[in-house]
Design a protein around this ligand. Structure first.
Ligand code: ARG
Length: 481
């Protein structure tokens, strides 16, 4: 049975049928496909296109099909081109001729776009949950290792002392932006294509706004051609996923470096490490390397779909069938990767002694220059003086904190006995308590606002008006600071 067999005389070539079929990919939309059909049957009855009794019969039949999928009993048969065909075929087998009225005023074009959006809205909610988990693990680690000091790096060169909790939180905020992006994507996804029919809009008096609300959408798409051809929501999701991948890869790359014997700042738990089949001593941070590697794959999904969409005329073209595989794959990747990285963070051992030992006195060179600035030396000049102090120390193969006061005084008369206190990294941190800085107090406030900002999410159900939430979030971030 083909949904479109009427005007055809010959049979389709078997390989062409294989190429045409999308059932193996879109069968995972069975639940949303059936929910969409139940809502459509009700809308048809409300518009008096079918009777209430017919609608009830359809809904009961659809419920039976749903149960078959739910228990794994549903059998896909040859000719089930896609999930929409399969569900309608089975409904016909169960309830007979009435099933033939379900597709009145509807096309697979608006049906598939509706299913896909419904599926994605729920998938986004799941990804956000997984992000929550990872963010929680970062916050918990930041609190547990709150006062651990390590070198902050730029260009992978030791730069200035920072709190490890500050470093952890830097990744929290990147993920927080990802959460925001997902919620905004979700809001734009909640625009209902159903009722757009094949391309021109349905010819039946369907209340599309009521239908939208019935299915949990916020609006009914305002243009039928756009509604069936628009895959922006899929692209946006793939972008969000690719950027999450990029964020995870940066986190992963630093941790891979920190877990080498050379750094030995952190040690990954056995639960998230693997060994070598040849070298018995090896313990590899494979999960982190996979996070780094999959960032490339996720980016590929995004560019692939973008390339598919480019140059397509409006309305539906079969090219659009290529939209689901990358979105499903991106979701599946994040669904596993986010909890694994969360587990990696939670269970990793932090070697605070090694971290502190790496904070050598040269990391306080900037603070030494600031010391001179406080004594009236212009910064540019202070920078030069400290630079010469660094050279002097290097020539003598000692740290700058080991230079005698007279050696320092030979470079500037502004140095005094109290210069010693500069070489305490804790002082350098205490100096930096402004908004966003690495000081003890400011990181404490940062963690506080990170916790608060996620609480208000629960009180804002309707993301379509996300800008209202934005204003509230901004207030929290500033107030906590
Ligand atoms: N399997 C198709 C897809 O995923 C459903 C829509 C088919 N529409 C059509 N006119 N052939 O895009």
């Amino acid at each position: 049975m083909k949904l479109w067999g009427g005007r055809f005389e010959g049979n389709i070539d078997p390989l062409a049928m294989q190429l045409n079929a999308s059932i193996n990919i879109d069968k995972r939309m069975w639940d949303v496909d059936i929910r969409g059909s139940v809502a459509w049957a009700r809308a048809l009855a409300k518009a008096s296109v079918i009777t209430k009794a017919e609608a009830n019969e359809m809904c009961a039949g659809l419920q039976a099909v749903w149960s078959e999928f739910n228990t794994g009993e549903f059998k896909i048969v040859t000719g089930d081109e896609d999930i929409h065909t399969a569900v309608e075929r089975r409904l016909g087998e169960i309830i007979g001729a009435t099933a033939g009225k379900l597709h009145t005023g509807r096309s697979r074009n608006d049906q598939v776009a509706t299913d896909f959006r419904l599926w994605l809205i729920e998938a986004i909610d799941l990804v956000i949950k997984r992000l929550d988990l990872l963010q929680d693990s970062l916050i918990a680690k930041a609190e547990a290792e709150f006062d651990v000091i390590l070198p902050g790096y730029t260009h992978t060169q030791r730069a200035q002392p920072i709190l490890f909790s500050h470093w952890l939180m830097s990744h929290f905020w990147a993920l927080e932006r990802d959460r925001e992006r997902l919620r905004q994507t979700r809001a734009r996804t909640a625009s209902l294509p159903l009722g757009a029919a094949a391309l021109a809009g349905t010819a039946y008096p369907i209340d599309r706004v009521a239908l939208a609300h019935d299915l949990g959408f916020v609006i009914a798409a305002p243009n039928s051609l756009d509604a069936i051809g628009d895959r922006d929501f899929a692209v946006e999701f793939l972008f969000d996923a690719a950027l999450i991948g990029s964020h995870l890869s940066r986190l992963a790359d630093a941790l891979i470096l920190y877990s080498t014997s050379e750094f030995n700042f952190v040690e990954m738990s056995d639960a998230y490490s693997t060994g070598s089949s040849l070298m018995p001593q090896k313990k590899n941070a494979d999960m982190l390397e996979l996070a780094r590697g999959k960032a490339g794959t996720l980016l590929g999904y995004l560019t692939g779909l973008m390339a598919t969409l480019k140059g397509l005329p409006s309305a539906y073209d079969k090219d659009l069938q290529e939209d689901k595989a990358p979105v499903f794959a991106a979701f599946d990747t994040l669904d596993v990767m986010l909890p694994v990285i969360a587990g990696t963070i939670t269970t990793m051992k932090v070697n605070r002694g090694r971290m502190l030992k790496a904070v050598d006195a040269s990391l306080l060179a900037t603070d030494l220059a600031d010391y001179l600035v406080k004594r009236g030396v212009p910064f540019r000049q202070a920078h030069g003086i400290v630079g010469r102090a660094v050279r002097l120390a290097a020539d003598a193969a000692v740290g700058i904190d080991q230079l005698s006061l007279s050696q320092l005084k030979s470079l500037s008369e502004s140095f005094d006995q109290d210069v010693r206190s500069v070489f305490d990294p804790r002082l350098a941190l205490t100096m930096r308590d402004g908004i966003g800085a690495t000081g003890f107090e400011s990181v404490r406030r940062q963690i506080e606002s990170a916790k608060q900002i996620r609480v208000i999410d629960e009180s804002h159900g309707d993301d379509y008006y996300w800008h209202r939430r934005q204003i509230e979030r901004a207030k929290i971030m500033q107030d906590a600071s």
